[in-house]
Design a protein around this ligand. Sequence first.
Ligand code: SF4
Length: 191
Amino acid sequence: MEVSRRRFLSIGPMGVLGGSALGFDLTESIAIKQRLRIEGATLSRSLCPYCAVGCALIAYTKKAPNGRTELLQIEGDPDSPVNEGTLCPKGATSLQLAVSGRRVPHPLYRAPGAAEWTQVSWEFTLDRLARNIKDSRDATFVTQDAEGNVVNRCEGIAFAGGAAFSSEEGYLATKLMRGLGLVHLEQQARV
Ligand code: SF4
């Protein structure tokens, strides 16, 4: 059975196996099932948020009867010169980033010395973050280097941006961190 790269991506490996390993051809039924699942869905192009490779994605969404927009499927974009329809295991499961029932929807806090995490409010979390940043900055702010040059920098806090940052979020985070005097900045999308 001759299967082109694009055809393989559209029917999936089980479709290919269906024709050879099982003794009968599942290709058509798998393709129909796939079509029914995304039938009438809106196709949107996007990028995988996980790393600097920037693989292109196609996301299928549909309006549910309750008015909410449901994300049905995410797959590699075969028209992208970057990934040509492929995704690594992380990108291939990016649907879970949006819809997994195992996502933690609220902040968790483990107090110093505690073994357990407890659910806390966003107010508590933001206050705690602000307090810790302020205390660390106050304790590690350097106004002059060893040669007496004015440097006004905070050496006790490092910042690592997430790969899911948009350009605007990255810009905002950098402005904020530089404003606090941080010099140790990194971005996961650059890795
Ligand atoms: S995490 Fe994987 S799928 Fe996502 S951009 Fe990087 S290589 Fe591509």
